[in-house]
Design a protein around this ligand. Structure first.
Ligand code: DC
Length: 218
């Protein structure tokens, strides 16, 4: 069974997707981390964002392995904290907007999930990569709530106001991509998580999955 989950930055989908995968015993796939790994490699190789052809060639040439704990290995180098660095944050949206790079990432995600039970998350898992997934969710929350959650995580030196502006900018990019834009897929369950706890969101998503798994359809 494929559980596909999309939503904007900071909506909490990674937390929910990880929890689901642990409790259901499914593989967890965070597609954003694959874009981040390509962005990280482009920084390592000092390829500027304007050199789109070189970036695409790099993405195609990288040997990217997806680990079930959500970390990514490029050859023998396994990345985790690196994927969340400020340098990667600064360019990953632009890297993910390149259509040829999206093709590379989609292939990695589909291969990792092939013949597996998996929870896959990102921006276009329900629309482009797994439009026929048995369970599709669009996880949302107000922009203020998402900025608050990110700010409370305290992993960066940005103020709440800066975090809010940053999230608004990322929303703009995510929703206006030529390919793979963030949209609510037909048949997806829309869930506004503003004001809900993680366990409350988990319960809602999990009961829907169990219902679908028992063959009850949408
Ligand atoms: O979920 P995240 O913030 O780690 O994603 C990193 C970037 O990749 C972000 O700019 C959105 C983009 N992304 C995408 O375009 N499509 C996906 N399926 C996943 C992420």
């Amino acid at each position: 069974m494929i559980v596909a989950m999309d939503g904007p930055a900071g909506c909490g989908k990674s937390t929910i997707a990880k929890l689901l995968s642990q409790r259901l015993g499914f593989l967890y796939i965070n597609s954003g981390n694959i874009y981040r790994a390509i962005a990280w490699a482009s920084i390592e190789q000092a390829i500027p964002l304007e050199s789109v052809d070189t970036l695409v060639a790099l993405a195609r040439a990288l040997s990217i392995a997806y680990e079930s704990d959500g970390s990514i290995c490029i050859g023998t180098k396994c990345l985790s904290a690196e994927l969340r660095s400020a340098a990667v944050d600064a360019i990953v949206a632009q890297v993910s907007a390149i259509p040829e790079i999206r093709v590379v990432v989609n292939r990695i995600v589909r291969n990792a999930a092939e013949n597996r039970d998996a929870v896959v998350e990102g921006r276009d898992m329900t629309t482009v990569v797994f439009p026929d997934a048995q369970a599709k969710f669009f996880i949302d929350a107000s922009v203020e709530e998402r900025a608050k959650r990110r700010f409370m995580q305290g992993s960066s030196s940005f103020s709440y106001e800066q975090t809010l502006e940053n999230i608004k900018l990322r929303d703009e990019i995510d929703r206006n991509k030529a390919v793979g834009a963030l949209k609510i897929a037909p048949g997806a369950v829309y869930l506004d998580t503003s004001g809900l706890t993680i366990e409350q969101v988990y319960e809602k998503v999990n009961s829907k999955i169990l219902h679908l798994r028992d063959g009850h359809g949408e």
